[in-house]
Design a protein around this ligand. Structure first.
Ligand SMILES: [Zn+2]
Length: 107
């Protein structure tokens, strides 16, 4: 077996991780502790697909998504299209973070 020496130039300040191969730094959202928030204010606009006003879905517990420890995943209230299964969502409101993919979890 022959040996090849590879020289890699590393800029100052950069770090080299020779143990790579596993993606790190990204944890499943289900591992994040649930943070209860007040009901978000009604967003602007409406679902243009269904010509329907946004509907407030009250906070609750997911029937299909569980936390890492097996307990049901909770979600905060969010605004969504009243049409069942519609993925259209109100524009993101910085002051009222909406639960992501909560629509899928509900139906
Ligand atoms: Zn819709």
């Amino acid at each position: 077996m022959s040996k090849i020496i590879i020289t890699i130039e590393i800029p100052d300040g950069a770090t080299v991780n020779t143990n790579s191969g596993r993606a790190t730094g990204k944890t499943a959202s289900s591992n994040k502790p649930f943070v209860e928030r007040p009901d978000p204010p009604q967003p602007d606009g409406y679902c243009e697909i269904h010509d329907a006003d946004w509907r407030l879905v009250p906070a609750g517990v997911s029937k299909t998504v569980k936390n890492a420890d097996g307990s049901p995943k909770r979600y905060n209230a969010f605004w969504a299209c009243p049409e069942r299964g519609c993925d259209n969502k109100p524009p993101f409101n910085r002051d009222a973070p909406a639960a992501t993919s909560a629509v899928d979890e509900l139906f």
